[in-house]
Ligand binder design. Structure first.
Ligand SMILES: Cc1cc2nc3c(=O)[nH]c(=O)nc-3n(C[C@H](O)[C@H](O)[C@H](O)COP(=O)(O)OP(=O)(O)OC[C@H]3O[C@@H](n4cnc5c(N)ncnc54)[C@H](O)[C@@H]3O)c2cc1C
Length: 412
């Protein structure tokens, strides 16, 4: 029986023959052991065919709920299919928090971690850097646990679903905190040239957004922790950008989280989008490239030179920063990183040539693509530990049970 199952953007129809929802970890182990080809599906928010398989897709939605806080180790262990919105709400209720979140809280923990999903902030790593342990079912149906101390752990966190089906993820937690959001309008690129570090280090999380209609960022989005002593002002002009005196109600039609400096718990401010509504425009494709921070300003100018090609198919472009990490396939592996993300109109024929153009423009800056978004060029040589990852794949999955077209194209 074939399933008509699509990703969130409805831009990919999965080829999988069936979608299985095992009700216990033992059932999952038996599904994986028997399958010829199998992949886990999270909340299906990726834009490419990364999760697809010709055989069985497995959803963890029917597995028993796991949510265990260890207040001594300062960790929470959650079911891999749980979404960040629920993890955030439950952690906050018990006085805890995560260090960061992506722009939307609708995504599953395991799916986000597997693709190196991130938010913004000079001192914040990608969401996968909060992972201290994973439990997963490997190709022969064994249940294995890997912790930060284990060999291969750094390769097994951002793993693109290619090593096994992760059942639980253990995340570092901290005491809960409040965040205030401040939005500003109109920041010229030339000001970013001169003050890139001052701008991005001014608050816990900073994003710049542009439509590339000109060399200007129409929106600056600041998220300040109540307990931080950042330099971003509240309510005054800032580096020639003007403070918003009305909230920006929606981004691309989706209601945004509370702004104008009104304090609120971290999980209701770090995402741009509210969990109870469809995020972003809902009718879109996305691409993101990650460049070394030291090259970010030059990379932005390289994009500005082709903005006439970009703007007609663009819904929004967002610039965010993240701290370097050691996770082999992380976009921030080994370097302080700047993410440049593009929300496109949902027209692949018009968008793909522009993605190719951007890949060409950003080649001098060693740009890595977001694993969960659209790209065309094989990025293997951008990851210094790619050979180690391939060896780990051979070790965990010698018969290639978790390999799919995407892995063949972009990893092998
Ligand atoms: C509107 C929108 C906004 C976004 N904003 C951001 C953003 O701010 N920052 C950012 O970095 N990204 C962003 N993304 C991209 C998104 O975070 C990634 O695509 C992420 O992978 C989505 O998680 P998911 O649960 O939907 O994963 P899926 O798309 O379901 O799966 C992704 C990969 O994870 C694997 N996987 C899923 N579950 C498991 C499991 N249990 N075990 C092993 N492997 C598993 C799958 O096999 C697949 O390879 C956005 C996407 C959308 C649609």
């Amino acid at each position: 029986m074939s399933v008509e199952l699509t990703n969130w953007a409805q831009s990919i129809t999965f080829r999988a023959k069936e979608l299985l929802r095992p009700a216990s970890v033992d059932d999952l182990r038996s599904v994986v052991a028997k399958a010829e080809k199998v992949r886990a599906l999270g909340s299906a928010h990726s834009f490419g065919d990364i999760a697809d398989t010709p055989d069985a897709l497995v959803s963890l939605s029917e597995l028993p709920d796991t949510f265990e806080i260890d207040s001594v180790a300062k960790t929470v262990t959650v079911g891999a299919g749980m979404r960040y919105a629920e993890v955030g709400r439950r952690l906050h209720e018990q006085g805890y928090a995560l260090a960061n979140l992506a722009s939307l809280p609708h995504i599953s923990v395991a799916g986000s971690v597997a693709t190196g999903t991130h938010g913004s902030g000079d001192t914040n790593g990608t969401l996968s850097t909060a992972v201290s342990a994973i439990e997963m079912v490997t190709a022969d149906g064994d249940l294995v646990e890997l912790t930060r101390q284990d060999e291969g752990f750094d390769g097994a966190v951002v793993a693109l679903g290619a090593l096994g089906v992760v059942t639980t993820v253990t995340l570092d937690i901290l005491p809960t905190y409040d965040v205030r959001q401040y939005l500003y309008f109109g920041l010229p690129l030339e000001v970013v040239d001169q003050h890139f570090n001052d701008l991005f280090s001014a608050a816990y999380s900073v994003s710049l957004l542009t439509l590339w209609h000109g060399p200007t960022f129409e929106l600056v989005w600041i998220k300040r922790r109540d307990d931080e002593t950042g330099t971003a002002p509240a309510g005054e002009s800032w580096f020639s950008a003007h403070p918003a005196d009305q909230p920006v109600q929606s981004l691309g039609g989706a209601p945004c989280t509370e702004q104008l400096g009104i304090p609120g718990p971290w999980h209701e401010r770090l995402p741009h989008f509210r969990p109870e509504f469809t995020p972003s425009t809902g009718v879109e494709l996305q691409t993101e490239f990650f460049v070394p921070r030291r090259d970010a300003v030059q990379a932005l100018h390289a994009l500005d030179e082709v903005r006439d090609r970009v703007a007609p198919v663009l819904q929004a472009c967002e610039i965010r920063t993240m701290a370097a990490d050691d996770l082999w396939l992380s976009p921030a592996y080994g370097r302080e990183t700047v993410g440049i993300s593009f929300t496109w109109v949902k027209n692949p024929a018009a968008v793909l040539p522009v993605i190719e153009l951007l890949e060409e423009r950003l080649t001098p800056y060693d740009a890595r693509p977001h694993w969960g978004k659209l790209f065309t060029a094989k990025p293997a040589d951008r990851y210094p530990r790619m050979d180690d990852f391939r060896a780990l794949m051979r070790h965990c999955d010698p018969s290639g049970k978790f390999t799919n077209d995407y892995i063949e194209r972009f990893v092998l």
